[in-house]
Design a protein around this ligand. Structure first.
Ligand SMILES: [Zn+2]
Length: 123
C-alpha cells in the first residue's frame, strides 16, 4: 500500500533517529532527527564559545604574568635600594662612632663622602 507517494516525498519517511532512537520524519537520506541536529549545532556553538573564552582567559593570564614579573623586578629594585641605604646608614653610624672616639680627620672626610652618597641615594 503506497498510495501516498506525493505526501511521502514531502514529509519524508518515518524513521528512528540513529542518535536518540526517537521516530522522526526523515528527508531524503536523513538519519539523524532535527532535534539531534539542533543539539549538535548548539554543542558546537557552545564549544566554540568556550574556546574563545579560553583564549581570552589565557590572554589575560599572560598579561597578569607580565604584570607580576614587572612588579617583581620593581620589588627587587626597591629591595636593593633599601639594602644599599641601610648599609649606608650602618656605615655612617660606624663612622660617627669612630669620629666621636678618635676625633680623627680621616673619619670626618670619610663621613663627608658618605653623606654625599646618601644624598644621592635619597633622591
Ligand atoms: Zn535524534
Amino acid at each position: 500500500m503506497s498510495g501516498n507517494d506525493k505526501n511521502g516525498n514531502l514529509l519524508g519517511e518515518l524513521k528512528a533517529c540513529i542518535k536518540c532512537k526517537n521516530p522522526f520524519m526523515a528527508k531524503q537520506k536523513q538519519q539523524v532527527c532535527d532535534n539531534c541536529i539542533k543539539l549538535e549545532k548548539l554543542k558546537q556553538e557552545l564549544s566554540q564559545g568556550v574556546n574563545s573564552w579560553k583564549i581570552k582567559l589565557e590572554g589575560s593570564i599572560k598579561e597578569m604574568e607580565t604584570e607580576v614579573k614587572q612588579i617583581q623586578s620593581k620589588k627587587e629594585i626597591f629591595l636593593e635600594r633599601i639594602k644599599k641605604r641601610s648599609a649606608l646608614v650602618n656605615k655612617s653610624i660606624d663612622l660617627l662612632k669612630k669620629i666621636n672616639e678618635s676625633q680623627d680627620e680621616k673619619y670626618i672626610e670619610e663621613y663627608k663622602a658618605l653623606f654625599e652618597e646618601m644624598k644621592k641615594e635619597g633622591s
